[in-house]
Design a protein. Sequence first.
Length: 87
Amino acid sequence: MQLLRDWSQSEHGEIKIIKFVPTLQDAFWSAAICNAHIIIDGTQHTFEHLRGTLIAEQEDGVWKIAHTHCSFPDYRNAENNSFPVNG
């Protein structure tokens, strides 16, 4: 699993929520903008603007995480463009 591989390549890591997108009380998804602070080979690295989403579903009356996704935006894109290409 990629998550285990990613975290195994660091000595310590934490994710701090910068902005949380609230939803209705009975909603089954949420989103947040975060910063990831990771220590690799004794050096701390900060990766900003980590975008995360979480989807939950109810199983036997209990809310459980069904899916999560995290990604970093590609800042090679020019403003208002969707892809990092010149032209």
